[in-house]
Design a protein around this ligand. Structure first.
Ligand code: G3I
Length: 348
């Protein structure tokens, strides 16, 4: 049978997955490595390239897990999406604490960021296809204040100018890598008002950055969806991809998964409860996949883990519990979503 990866390549589309370093190293779980290597043509480090993983102690980098993934990709002739250079989460404690207690000044912080980006991008120069340079810089309507704004550690400490800086530093360190802005809830436009429509806010931001000559090559829509939330159709998603494309950037789906509420009946294995969720998950995947196939600029479709055995969802959403987010069950059996995106690739 054809793999997702091989079918995607027929359309010039790379199908990838996030890879967990723990799972990759689990000697009792060879199936994980086998599927990660065979089914996908692109991989993303789920955590191994985040700053807290790379520089747990100030001044000493630990490249082991990140190198391992890059070598895994090389062995399996896969491309690597680098994730992530600048994010407000999973920062090393020495950094956040140093800023909080004033021992790291704003000026020093900016210099630390420049050094970090330069160090990481140079180490993997020529080995990374797409870098998520800046991740999740924009607030959500449920944040305070509700008017959309630049949020988080970097905006608070350096102001929004860090975004342009980060892209420039990344470009200087590896002129060939495609440099992406990556975010969630930007799969479709809403009101069109940047005060409450995050897609519009990001669109305006990218437009401004491009006009200023900032080297941003792509916009990644993460694609963390849920079966019980408001969903999109293919028209809405293609419209968003096309609008971003009109700014001169590539697009990609970078972290797709579709989570469901794990009611007691679901946990007890009640198929009347489970099957609608599997159907809705497949439908959501299919919307994104079809949109990606319909818009030339959409370079890759990456799932955020491929098995429910290794998914961030249950650890993150526990009240009420959510799960069933990936395209294979805990025993690596393909779910409906897997078959659905496969048929989208075959029929496209
Ligand atoms: O490293 C420690 C380990 O030492 C410890 O034993 C273990 C016990 O809980 O925790 C480990 O850290 C966890 C880490 O994943 C590595 O497994 C953290 O607690 C946990 O919070 C962290 O979660 C990650 C999350 O980002 C944190 O921000 C998820 O795995 C990862 O899938 C998720 O990925 C993000 C993308 O980077 C950006 N977009 C959203 C996406 C989902 O949140």
């Amino acid at each position: 049978a054809q793999t997702l990866g091989a079918l995607g390549l027929r359309h010039g589309l790379q199908i990838g997955t996030a890879v967990s370093a723990d799972a990759l190293n689990d000697t009792a779980d060879p199936e994980y490595r086998k599927i990660a290597a065979s089914e996908f043509v692109s991989v993303t480090a789920e955590n191994a390239m985040k700053w807290e993983s790379l520089e747990p102690t100030r001044g000493s980098y630990d490249w082991e897990a990140a190198d391992q993934l890059v070598n895994f990709a090389k062995r399996n002739r896969q491309s690597v999406r680098g994730h992530v250079l600048v994010w407000h989460n999973q920062l090393p404690q020495w950094l956040t604490e140093g800023v909080a207690d004033g021992s790291i000044s704003k000026q020093e912080l900016r210099e630390l960021l420049r050094k970090h980006i330069t160090t990481v991008v140079k180490r993997y120069k020529g080995k990374i296809w797409q870098w998520d340079v800046v991740n999740e810089a924009v607030s959500d309507p449920w944040d305070t204040p509700p008017t959309l704004h630049y949020k988080g550690f970097w905006a608070e400490n350096l102001g929004p100018g860090y975004i342009a800086d980060a892209f420039r530093w990344a470009r200087a360190a590896d002129p060939r890598a495609l440099l992406f802005y990556n975010d969630y809830n930007i799969e479709a436009f809403g009101s069109g008002n940047p005060a409450d429509d995050k897609t519009q806010f990001v669109y305006d931001m990218v437009k401004r950055l491009r006009a200023q000559g900032v080297p941003i090559d792509g916009v990644g829509a993460q694609g963390h969806l849920g079966t019980q939330y408001g969903n999109f159709n293919t028209f809405q998603v293609t419209e968003a991809l096309k609008k971003f494309t009109s700014l001169g950037v590539a697009t990609a789906f970078t972290e797709v998964d579709v989570r469901s509420q794990m009611t007691e009946a679901v946990q007890a294995g009640n198929s009347e409860e489970i099957n609608p969720r599997l159907q809705a998950s497949a439908a959501n995947h299919s919307v994104l996949m079809k949109a990606c196939l319909l818009v030339r600029s959409c370079l890759s479709y990456t799932v955020w883990g491929f098995s429910d055995k290794h998914s961030w969802v249950p650890g993150w959403f526990d009240d009420p519990p959510e799960g069933l987010a990936t395209i294979m069950d805990e025993n690596y059996q393909p779910k409906l979503a897997y078959h659905e995106i496969k048929s989208d690739l075959i029929l496209a």
